[in-house]
Design a protein around this ligand. Structure first.
Ligand SMILES: *[C@@H]1O[C@H](CO)[C@@H](O)[C@H](O)[C@H]1NC(C)=O
Ligand SMILES: *[C@@H]1O[C@H](CO)[C@@H](O)[C@H](O)[C@H]1NC(C)=O
Ligand SMILES: *[C@@H]1O[C@H](CO)[C@@H](O)[C@H](O)[C@H]1NC(C)=O
Ligand SMILES: *[C@@H]1O[C@H](CO)[C@@H](O)[C@H](O)[C@H]1NC(C)=O
Length: 592
């Protein structure tokens, strides 16, 4: 989901690179129940204990620091109503969108099943029947529909209404593991996305993003510095060359609003052969020389004959090889349940920014079943971004891939080479907020292509974030990447402030030794807030809380749905029960 630019997803070619069976990383969920809802301020008490810990592909354990299971139906996400999320109330003027985002489009429901092809072996016939899930999902629902009231359409200057949920300035985190489970609206035109966005920017508030999206450059390079007198543009607004930046920002440290897309979706008109994309948006971009032409594949990646995974090795540093794109990217996929991955999906980003992407296709059931999208994010110089779908490795960007890129040309007369260099970009280290939305994309036909599939429904079963104990970094104002004072002092860029701000909801927790503006060890100060209770006591309290829930709501549908959800967590991926009677296609939530 690019916030300021055009999209790349229409450009996925049908030709997929040949990739053979991939190796699954060790992305298993840990099962040790640990303390405890009481100690984790952002955690939803309804998260099953089995998900209190997760283990990344390197074997490192991470503890839950945030979750939302969406298990209470009928939730209201209007600004001020929820501590984790704000449902945006604003017309979207990015990407030629025809959508007004409104809180009315978003609530929580019980999702009891999906419309599936009546005859799966005959996708040509589009007849669909309702098929109930074995156990319903309690889920967030974002609905996209035409605005039927002409006066409303005129007032908001848009023809469709839809939803965008943001944790901006409420919950932010730096590094760790994120998982979101979701299913998507059927039909071309819809553009659902689950993404992370640096808190110095705010999605669809373009004044805040100008000159920050999607910069990840900390060092000084005058080429990219936005001069105060220049008109706003694509240069970096908070530059590493500035010795005295405003609002408590650190001197000589470039900042940005980077975008990491857990997933963006493009379904087809009839739900067949849809695709997913996972990506990092990054500025500044590498020299044109290395950028393949639109629709062309990058040169020089080869599948590993043993694993089938695609490793991207060239160019060697400074080598003058055309169209080779980034080095060291790794791609997976093409294994059970996850089809082949198209390296970079043959779209490379707008001129000034690079889109490092895995395109995965074809999927025939994006609107039918939930998939879990996972990002493992180790920030810093030795770090990486690693994407998985249902536990299957898809894509990895190691920090080293973002190193300096140089191309030199020999001048004909005196032989002195002329070089173009993109400096080393930083693997994102900014505090990130979470965004969940459905846009309508003009690039893939827009609303006219949705083939009557209105209203479109995006459903999210859960959002969970874990971090290792040593690197717990929760809050929108980390001492080494502050955002709070900057947002306060530039409030006019950010629209209606989020209420309540994260600072009023939960303690911030930052690693020891992170640099504060005044040089103190803010991490050490904040860390005490992490575990005010002993482990055993916290477990006890969590047990009491769980007991209280059952006692209060007894045999209520909410609790039943929650218990079913826990059972379902162990049963996936076989999500369906028996094929139902199409007349049972009452998709209405039961519990509203
Ligand atoms: C996927 O892997 C299989 C082997 O497991 C291979 O035969 C097939 O060609 C691969 N498909 C693609 C599109 O890479
Ligand atoms: C949600 O909350 C807002 C403000 O608290 C209120 O104005 C609105 O009517 C509520 N919406 C629903 C559907 O209850
Ligand atoms: C389903 O489609 C297949 C392939 O077109 C066809 O052979 C089969 O008879 C169909 N089954 C039913 C029950 O219509
Ligand atoms: C309404 O939208 C159009 C294009 O979508 C835009 O050019 C125009 O400025 C908008 N008007 C207002 C009042 O925002």
């Amino acid at each position: 989901m690019t916030s300021t630019c055009c999209s790349r997803i229409a450009l996925i070619a049908v030709t997929l690179a040949a990739v053979s069976a991939a190796v699954s990383p060790r992305a298993a969920h840990g099962s040790t129940p640990v303390a405890a809802a009481a100690a984790c301020c952002w955690c939803d008490g309804d998260t099953p204990d089995a998900f209190r810990v997760t283990v990344d592909a390197d074997g490192q354990e991470h503890e839950l620091v945030f979750s939302d299971e969406f298990s209470q139906p009928g939730r209201n996400f209007s600004n001020g109503a929820d501590k984790r999320w704000t449902a945006i109330d604003k017309s979207d003027y990015t990407n030629a969108s025809p959508v007004r985002y409104t809180p009315e489009a978003i609530t929580t429901v019980l999702d009891r099943g999906a419309m599936v092809l009546a005859n799966a072996s005959d996708p040509g016939s589009e007849r669909r029947v309702f098929r109930p899930y074995r156990t319903p999902y309690s889920a967030l629902r974002i609905e996209t529909r035409r605005i039927t009231d002409k006066a409303v359409a005129k007032a908001v200057n848009k023809t469709f209404q839809g939803g965008m949920l943001q944790s901006w300035d409420k919950f932010c985190f730096t590094g760790g593991v994120v998982e979101v489970s979701a299913k998507f609206p059927m039909g071309l035109g819809f553009w659902p996305a689950l993404w992370l966005f640096g808190n110095l920017g705010r999605a669809i508030h373009e004044e805040s993003n100008d000159g920050l999206w999607p910069y990840s450059l900390e060092e000084c390079d005058p080429v990219y510095e936005q001069r105060p007198v220049a008109k706003p543009g694509k240069k970096q607004r908070i530059s590493g060359c500035d010795p005295a930046p405003p609002s408590g920002l650190h001197p000589r440290m470039g900042r940005g609003a980077t975008e990491i897309d857990l997933v963006e979706v493009g379904d087809s008109w009839n739900g067949q052969a849809g695709w997913l994309m996972q990506s990092l948006q990054l500025a500044p971009s590498i020299p044109d020389h290395f950028r393949p032409k639109l629709h062309d594949p990058p040169i020089g990646y080869t599948p590993n004959p043993r694993t089938g995974q695609v490793a991207w090795v060239p160019p060697t540093h400074g080598a003058s090889t055309r169209d080779t794109w980034y080095r060291r990217l790794r791609f997976g996929g093409n294994t059970s349940g996850v089809p082949a991955v198209l390296p970079n999906a043959h779209w490379y980003g707008p001129k000034f920014a690079d889109s490092l992407t895995a395109g995965i296709s074809p999927f025939h059931d994006l609107s039918e079943r939930y998939r879990t999208f996972r990002l493992e994010w180790r920030e810093g110089d030795g770090g990486y971004l690693r994407w998985l779908i249902d536990g299957v490795f898809i894509f990895e960007i190691p920090a080293a891939a973002l190193d300096k890129y140089t191309v030199c040309a020999q001048t004909p007369d005196d032989g002195a080479p002329v070089c173009e260099t993109t400096p080393r970009r930083k693997l994102p280290s900014e505090p990130m907020s979470i965004v969940i939305n459905t846009a309508l994309g003009s690039w893939n036909g827009g609303p006219d292509a949705t083939n009557g599939h209105m209203p479109g429904e995006m459903l999210v079963d859960f959002v969970r974030v874990w971090q290792s104990r040593e690197r717990t970094n929760v809050g929108c104002d980390p001492p080494d990447y502050p955002t709070r004072r900057y947002i306060d002092e530039h409030a006019h860029l950010y629209g209606t402030p989020a209420r309540p701000r994260g600072y009023d909801s939960c303690p911030q927790i930052y690693p020891h030794g992170t640099r504060g503006a005044d040089g103190d060890d803010a991490g050490a100060r904040a860390a005490g807030a992490r575990r005010p209770l002993g482990g055993a006591l916290a477990i006890g309290l969590a047990a009491v809380a769980a007991g209280a829930l059952v006692a209060l709501f007894g045999g209520s549908a909410v609790v039943r749905s929650l218990l079913r959800k826990r059972a379902a967590a162990r049963q996936r991926p076989s999500q369906y029960g028996e094929v139902g009677d199409p007349a049972g296609a009452s998709r209405e939530p039961m519990l509203r």
